[in-house]
Design a protein around this ligand. Structure first.
Ligand code: ADP
Length: 458
């Protein structure tokens, strides 16, 4: 089976969030299932790529689409002033060139697997511009939605940039309340639509989480399929992680503490293993429940323990957390930047990992935290609901879960967590259990293979 992955980010080369992790690790997991995969991705300025293509895993190749004036920029999709104004030119070019590149390298895919709005035009092109092209005669398309909130919406006047006939600017095509909506086009033209967890698959078909496209999803012949994201267990491994001051495993759990003491010291916090350290690594975006954290920060930092945040994103949150940092400089360490190495230190060094999201398609943070024996405190939504079970409700729980979107509910969950932390025996068992959770690609990669087989056979 031959699969072409189209993705606007691929870890470790270019990353703003979980999409990159998936695009950099699922193909490798598929490779071990005997699938032949190539990845197509934009050649950004930040990449220090020496070879095009670059090999990841054993033999999976990433082909970089070059266009310096489109992709040699500071950001992937925008800068501090907002989204780049020519994003439609950039990503329609990327989709067209990715298809053309497949011809050039003579990789005739059984299926193109696209991700999010940036590559949602590929299924559209396959069914329009390339419909009669013998090279893509049998090529099917799957679209995975990693976050329904980002749809690639542009003014109607820009439709011509898509490069397909104006007849497709209609409800059954890309038109959406008088604008151009790339994700909508992808949903309608793909042979199957998936998302990144079973619960989120249900949620996006409701008005609350559908961001206007719930009706389009409900109108499809086939249901949206939810397949949980997996983790690359080699990359995320406390036993071998080169960024940790001290590696550890379930057999050497006592060593984990060194990472905490180091974080406390470098962050200017009190160095004390008995004080609970609550960590967060997150895009600073509306979805992430940051206002709940801000509302309870006084209690968190003066009564409950210490807080460490690594994040970057919307300006309002930068300002908010700068203020918090000034106020609680002895109990809160705030790093407003993107730093993969520091992220790994936090996953290892914190006692708890906070994800109080308003919604969360899958969430990788809680899975990574579990792998590092750091206990997640999460809101019951999307993939968080599928991966974290509350310790006070189930004997084999692996974290603390709250339901209501409020700082009070979050506070109570943190309090329950700290109670468990103070019971040394209970805590040790919980950390062991957390580290034994298996969120590798083992199961999910097989689900994708089954899906591909079904779609190709249709
Ligand atoms: P999302 O895709 O919504 O951003 P996920 O939880 O699916 O959320 O994935 C986030 C990924 O990005 C994780 O690997 C997380 O560690 C990483 N990440 C987020 N913010 C930062 C940051 N400031 N520095 C380093 N890594 C980050």
């Amino acid at each position: 089976m031959k699969i072409a992955f189209f993705s606007s980010e691929v870890a470790p080369f270019a990353k703003t969030g979980g999409l990159a992790d998936v695009a950099g690790s699922l193909p490798i997991a598929l490779e071990t299932e005997g699938v032949e995969v190539v990845i197509l991705a934009p050649m950004y300025q930040t990449l220090s790529i020496k070879e095009n293509p670059t090999t990841i895993g054993e033999k999976t190749k990433v082909y970089w689409i070059e266009h310096p004036s489109y992709f040699s920029r500071e950001g992937l999709y925008g800068d501090r002033f907002g989204d780049y104004s020519d994003n439609l030119d950039r990503f329609s070019y990327f989709c067209r060139q990715s298809l053309e590149s497949l011809k050039r390298i003579q990789f005739k895919p059984d299926l193109v697997h696209c991700h999010d709005w940036q590559t949602a035009l590929a299924p559209v092109y396959l069914k329009t511009l390339y419909r009669a092209d013998p090279f893509f005669h049998r090529t099917k398309a799957v679209l995975t939605i990693h976050n329904m909130a980002y749809q690639g919406i542009f003014q109607s006047g820009e439709f011509s940039k898509v490069g397909i006939g104006s007849e497709w600017f209609m409800v059954e095509g890309l038109e959406f309340f008088g604008k151009v909506n790339l994700l909508k086009g992808g949903i309608q033209f793909a042979d199957a639509v998936t998302t990144v967890s079973p619960t989120y698959a249900q949620e996006i078909q409701t008005p609350e989480h559908g961001f206007g496209l719930d009706g389009v999803l409900n109108g499809q012949k086939r249901q949206v399929i939810g397949i949980l994201n997996g983790l690359d267990h080699q990359q995320w491994n406390p036993e071998t992680d080169p960024h940790l001051i001290q590696n550890y495993s379930t057999a050497t759990l006592d060593k984990k503490i060194e990472n905490k003491l180091d974080l406390q010291e470098k962050g200017g916090l009190g160095v004390d293993k008995e004080i609970p350290l609550i960590g967060m690594v997150s895009r600073l975006a509306d979805q992430k429940g940051l206002e709940l954290v801000a509302e309870m920060i006084r209690d968190l930092c003066s009564k409950l323990g210490q807080f460490i945040l690594l994040g970057t994103g919307d300006n309002v949150y930068h300002t908010l957390f700068e203020k918090i940092h000034k106020k609680f400089d002895k109990t809160a360490a705030i790093y407003l930047k993107f730093d993969a190495a520091l992220a790994q230190k936090i996953y290892a060094g914190a006692d708890f990992f906070l994800i109080p999201s308003r919604y969360e398609p899958c969430g990788l943070g809680q899975m990574i935290a579990l792998r590092y024996g750091t206990i997640p405190i999460v809101r019951r939504t999307g993939g968080l609901a599928d991966t974290v079970k509350d310790c006070d409700q189930t004997p084999d729980g692996n974290g603390f879960v709250f339901e209501e979107y409020s700082s009070k509910a979050l506070y109570q969950a943190v309090e329950r967590g700290i109670k468990a932390f103070q019971n040394k025996e209970r805590w040790k068992k919980l950390v062991q259990r957390a580290m034994e959770c298996d969120f590798s690609w083992r199961i999910s990669a097989k689900k994708y293979v089954k899906l591909y087989e079904r779609v190709i056979a249709d």
